[in-house]
Ligand binder design. Structure first.
Ligand code: PEP
Ligand code: MG
Length: 322
């Protein structure tokens, strides 16, 4: 079976009825790139840059960050490399942040909030990213947004970082694309506004599930309630994809759902055409794409969108995959 999947590596992911799908890879460190190539991903949909900051005593300096980002961007060449700006806090706490833990870390100073609260650190990262943008096809992705205010503040910091590099005569891509992660219910409610200001969006289902269902993604006591096919979650994903399609803004899913081949058909049915996942899942998902006829499943998807609870949804999901 593994061997047969390996044979799919060079195959273009297209549904039976001829719809093209993009399969991208998530990475945590530049050393993950081997796996990306081995599984035939056509880009990086999520580079979790905070992993460069974890498990060490100090924040990496601009040059060290630049080297790490450049290594990835250069290796990917013309293929898109999406680097997420620092998403620390909550479940990703660096050594130097341990003392001021919030009572509810997932609701505390994390993601873009932490970056806006530490402008020096953020500006250093943005400068490193901009410098790396010169070496390939780099785009930025902003995590944990809840408001347009945060997005404008982020864009202001980006402008200032650009200005400082320009003043020093350091080259960078002036038109670097910026995307928003959709991982809070607030971002979905405000999606039309976000879509006006970004070049693309990516749905972070791991957190979107957590914040929609009020289930701590790391708490074993409620793990049985952490449910990707809860109708509320699927409706939010559907709403986001439809809103992006209406205005022609590219949309992907980069949470774990994108790498679960049991959910591939469902996500395709909800309109998703761009999946970013751990590279180990890529060929399984590709196989599912190749064996799916979108026209054939549409009625069934409509039925799923009417399901009122997860049990019903699971029954329908089993039928969809049968
Ligand atoms: C997500 O929340 O779905 C996501 C991709 O980001 P992370 O898992 O790193 O929080
Ligand atoms: Mg997240």
């Amino acid at each position: 079976e593994r061997k047969r999947l390996k044979g799919l590596k060079g195959k273009v992911p297209t549904t039976r009825d001829g719809v093209a799908v993009e399969l991208l890879s998530n990475i945590e460190l530049p050393s993950d790139l081997d796996q990306v190539k081995a599984n035939g991903a056509t880009g990086i949909g999520l580079f979790r840059s905070e992993f460069l900051f974890l498990g060490r005593d100090e924040v990496p300096c601009e040059d060290e960050q630049f080297e790490a980002y450049r290594a990835v961007v250069e290796e990917m060449g013309a293929l898109p490399t999406t680097i997420r700006t620092l998403d620390l806090g909550a479940d990703k706490v660096p050594k130097w942040q341990k003392e001021n833990l919030s009572i509810n870390p997932a609701l505390g100073l994390c993601g873009i909030r932490l970056c806006l609260a530490e402008p020096q650190m953020f500006r250093t990262q943005l400068r490193a990213l901009l410098r790396a943008s010169q070496y390939g096809n780099l785009q930025l992705l902003v995590p944990m947004l809840i408001s347009i205010t945060e997005l404008s503040q982020m864009l202001m910091h980006l402008e200032l970082a650009k200005q400082s590099l320009a003043d020093e005569g350091v080259p960078f891509n002036k038109n670097i694309r910026v995307g928003a992660m959709v991982e809070t219910p607030a971002a979905v409610v405000m999606i039309s506004s976000f879509l006006k200001y970004v070049d693309f969006i990516s749905i972070g289902t791991n957190d979107l599930i957590q914040y929609t269902l009020a289930i701590d993604r790391g708490d074993d006591a409620v793990a049985h309630l952490y449910d990707p096919v809860h109708p509320a979650v699927l409706h939010l994903i559907h709403q986001t994809i439809k809103a992006a399609d209406r205005v022609g803004v590219p949309v992907s899913v980069c949470g774990e759902m994108a790498g679960d081949h049991h959910l591939t058909r469902l996500l395709l049915g909800l309109g998703l055409r761009k999946f970013s996942m751990h590279p180990a899942h890529l060929l399984d998902v590709k196989q599912k794409v190749l064996h799916t006829d979108l026209i054939e499943i549409q009625q069934h998807i409509n039925r799923m969108l009417k399901a009122e609870d997860s049990d019903k949804m699971r029954d329908l999901l089993d039928q969809l995959n049968a």
